[in-house]
Design a protein around this ligand. Sequence first.
Ligand code: B3K
Ligand code: ZN
Length: 876
Amino acid sequence: MKDAQPRTIYLKDYRVPDYLVDQTRLHFELQPSGTLVRSELHIRRNPAAGEGLPPLALDGVELELLSVAIDGREVDDQQFRVSPEGLSIDVDRPEFVLEIANRIHPQDNTSLEGLYLSNGMYCTQCEAEGFRKITYYPDRPDVMSRFTTTIVASRDYPVLLSNGNEIDRGDMEDGRHFVTWEDPFAKPAYLFALVAGDLEHVEDSFTTASGREVKLQIFTEARNIGKCDHAMRSLKKAMRWDEEVYGREYDLDIFMIVAVDHFNMGAMENKGLNIFNSACVLASPETATDTAFQRIEAIVAHEYFHNWSGNRVTCRDWFQLSLKEGFTVFRDAEFSADMNSRAVKRIEDVSMLRTAQFAEDAGPMAHPVRPDSYMEISNFYTLTIYEKGAEVVRMIHTLLGEEAFRRGSDLYFERHDGQAVTCEDFVKAMEDANGVDLSQFRRWYSQAGTPVLDISDDFDAASGEYSLTVRQSCPPSPGQVEKEPFHIPLKIALLDSAGKNLPLDTSGATEQVLEVTEAEQTFRFEGVSEKPLPSISRGFSSPVKVRYGYSKEQLLFLMRFESDDFNRWDACQRLAFMAMEALQQDYRAGRDMRLSPELLSAYRSVLQNRELDPSLVAEMLSLPTAQVLAEQTDEIDAEAIVAARNFAEAELARELEEDLLAGYHAFSNDRPYRPEAGDIAERRLKNTCLAYLCVTEKPEYLDLAQAQFDSAGNMTDSAAALATLVDRGSDEQAESALQEFYRCWHADTQVVELWFALQASSSQRGSLDRVRALMQHPAFELKNPNKVRSVIGGFANRNFTQFHRADGKGFEFLAEQVVALDRLNPQVAARLVTPLTRWKRYRAELSEKMHAALQMVMESGELSRDLYEVVSKSLV
Ligand code: B3K
Ligand code: ZN
């Protein structure tokens, strides 16, 4: 790929489409030898595009063109040109019906983009540019069309689904049958879906606020039919929530979800026919962990919410991706917060942002929430677009407040229903609905990088004035050296020496959102009688790094008295981070390591506190992961991080043994499993205690883990016990538990994926040899992204210790796998290579080895556009 470099697409080159497609009629014949696609497109010159009749440019990739006709007459091949990227047809009239026939080969499609087969079931994935692998089409989101789809197939595929409502079905003479679907809502091609297979379904219904009855169906292979109830319950909750919180009702008479085993990501919001990765929809208490239950609830909601934020109002072009993704992630996060523990949801999201998004923002692929350019759009389904995009929407919510935000979203949906719009339109609706000016705020969309706030304070006892001085800066990112100041909402409170929140104004409010807009700015508070302790960025009010010189004592104080649970956790994290820093320094200097007594006493008091939400306690007791520690250091010393963490864990386990055991018993119970917040919290804390206890490797605690493993009635407890035995048990214990688990669950795809992941990510047992052996296991399949993510992803992303082995073999292994995968599935390969792109952040020895591995990928031969973009940008 070095000679023919992929083309870069720029936002500044956006032009409206030359032609519009009012109607799209598709006809699919699914045959073993290939699928015949016939399309009938009602095309019209776009009046907004100017004069004349330029050639009609249609996208099309890997298609076998059979015929082209305009208004019923075959077009002779002088009038059109076919290239590997598409078809260009000369046009002599402003409005016409174009008919195309082409053949595709879903059976050979391993990219899982376009139409492909998963366990014998046909399914599609069109976002972002997969529709062009189905037929020739203006495959861009600003071309919105009404689709009618007929699917013809053998009776071996009894279920034939597409978007919208079923309008016809019947048998054909040759033993085949057909179904026709019509979607009354105009949509871009990326929302098209087709499914054909031997599927069963569960059914339910939902009555909308205005009294319409909607049929809800979840389709799966027969063996999984018992695992749909949780998704169905989640769907109904999401539908109700969107009515109550956003006033948004569902618009079709039917909403379908299909579970497929081979899927590049979590799920897809195709109109009326969501397609889900099986792992993100199927669950039962025996087979799914609490984490899986919560993930399913969130993803079902996310895809459902897209029906408004994404489908009814869609993106003009792919640079605007965060318009639908950032907003929808914000919506699903609020939904999850309302359904579960708000603080814990926030902690989980922020931890992920701080680890992975901050790393992205500081790396070679850093890009703004609205990027300016890309080579391959699939590479831009990133944490920046999704999670930082959601933080940007959240900041608007924080700045405007609940009601004003709702006014803005109402106006946005009303004004742009049925349109393909931009991030600018979203911000404008927020402004217009509320008469506010968000000019400076828009920089969040155009500037990449994580801003840093350096905060200092001052107290003048004589005048009673307390002041906070905030300096903001943002490190350079690719193509952006200088950054203009951001508009940052900073939610704060001031605590007095008794731990009480001070009133901050005459109304007595104890919390305030400071609007930071300048490079340096001072905020003053009058009538303060003693020097307060600031609680800064409550609830993580903006996606920035806050630096304030908290002492250990102040952090302990915040942990005791802070009323904002997120900041209480954050104080604990800061304390743990300081302790881990010190341990790393000890390790590097060859000194004996000594765990901070403050951290120990903080953990002890948290563990003894029965007032706190147990899942908050579990979060507080979890040391920052190696990945977090790595992200927060300028020069990553993997060995020191691992040594410091292992030491701290061992010390905590030893010192807190009694409290941990008491915690384990206090939160064990025999109640039947329910995936509800309270119960999840208790299980989480109990299993956190168990994991710590087993760090001691004392037989009595390993017996406890074994007993839990043997008697667990749900997958959360079973998997937690297994992970503990694998990490801390003897070889014999670990192997026999693994075998037993596999014997029990080998027929369940999701559990086998968990079994793979647990081994590959085990710092003790997930050696490179084991990972290679797992890849030879009969249940492993390189063509299945879930298996790849469990084994190779588990090793490269979640097994810090083994992946960073000093000889660089972990990096070489990843490079090899990425190259092999690129031939099959470029999207997955380009994502999997991410850990190697961070080479600049490491100390010399590992950095060189990582760089060499990346170079190896580059020189391995012709790379896909996806992989080429990531690797070439990372080698610079
Ligand atoms: N919109 C899809 C993601 C499509 C990814 C394409 N590479 C799922 C989601 O965000 O809801
Ligand atoms: Zn989404």
